[in-house]
Design a protein around this ligand. Structure first.
Ligand code: THU
Ligand code: ZN
Length: 295
């Protein structure tokens, strides 16, 4: 467990800590709270659904990697299954700021990579920036998504983003987290390439056609995958590398333990992530050349 998480856990009010500690201190804890666990916590603590989510926010924010701003943002996304997923911002020293991950993107892509097909609500410790509002407007559940902030009434995403621009304006019908997988395979790929292709198959890239996936292997042989999440407004798109790094961050893994990275994208795409992925990877100080494949 990271030190910051331990510290936050120790600072929680005792009536919450006694019920939460066994969940968070379990070695299988993976920055998520299942729907049954959440319901049980509501009963045990006597907190409302909203107040329990707000009480969990410092735990999510403890995952923040923010060496540039020292500003720890935490988000908790509830998937359609009722499962709650933590997310936190990530900043990359030596890379352009545009490569940063916002906490909202982290929690949402965390839920996506764990198989969720939509987000019911998101709880955040600061007001979501314009970029995140736009990112969330790409979701399968953009019309129903609710946003909860501390000391605020819950509001819908559409209230936070009036007169919104979105996929419809570009005549696009697919949405981020839609369950509409592609079926690409290759016959002779190694394990890591096949996992990157599995991520490519769930990626969302209707604007550029650059369906793209990443698989990262660590020194301990564990593998973390990321699918590319494209956005109608282009710039809020979240690269596959970042999505995979979020999975690592939420599993408490250190970026310095990366041993190999496979990136697969479609030949027919109008853009490429090869050079930007390599350059962000270079800033992590792992001296790895991407294993790159176009299919
Ligand atoms: N940040 C978020 O994570 N979400 C927002 O919507 C506001 C900004 C992060 C990005 C960066 O790491 C830091 O906060 C300062 O902007
Ligand atoms: Zn944001």
């Amino acid at each position: 467990m990271n030190k910051q998480l331990q510290k936050v856990l120790n600072e929680l009010p005792e009536n919450i800590a006694i019920y939460l500690k066994p969940i968070v201190e379990n070695q299988d804890f993976y920055a998520t709270i299942s729907a049954p666990q959440f319901e049980k916590l509501i009963k045990q603590t006597g907190l409302s659904d909203k107040n329990l989510r707000l009480a969990l926010l410092p735990l999510a924010a403890s995952y923040s990697i923010s060496p540039i701003s020292n500003f720890c943002v935490g988000a908790i996304a509830r998937g359609l299954s009722g499962h709650l997923y933590f997310g936190a911002n990530i900043e990359f020293p030596d890379a352009p700021l545009g490569q940063s991950v916002h906490a909202e993107q982290s929690a949402i892509s965390h839920a996506w990579m764990k198989g969720e097909q939509g987000i019911q609500d998101i709880t955040i410790n600061y007001s979501p920036c314009g970029h995140c509002r736009q990112f969330m407007n790409e979701l399968s559940t953009a019309q129903s998504l609710m946003v909860q902030l501390p000391e605020q009434d819950e509001k819908s995403l559409q209230q936070y983003l009036p007169e919104s621009f979105g996929p419809k304006d570009l005549n696009i019908n697919s949405r981020l987290m839609d369950n509409n997988p592609l079926t690409h395979t290759i016959s002779n790929g190694d394990e890591l390439l096949n996992k990157a292709i599995a991520a490519l198959n769930i990626s969302h890239a209707p604007y550029s056609g650059n369906y793209c996936g990443i698989a990262i292997m660590l020194n301990d042989k564990s593998v973390y995958c990321g699918a590319y999440a494209e956005n109608a407004a282009f710039n809020p798109s979240l690269p596959a590398l970042q999505v995979a790094l979020i999975q690592m961050q939420m599993a408490g893994k250190d970026f310095s333990t990366i041993s190999s990275v496979a990136l697969v994208e479609l030949k027919s795409g109008k853009i490429s992530h090869q050079s930007s992925t390599q350059s962000v990877l270079d800033t992590l100080g792992v001296a790895i050349t991407l294993d790159y494949l176009e299919i």
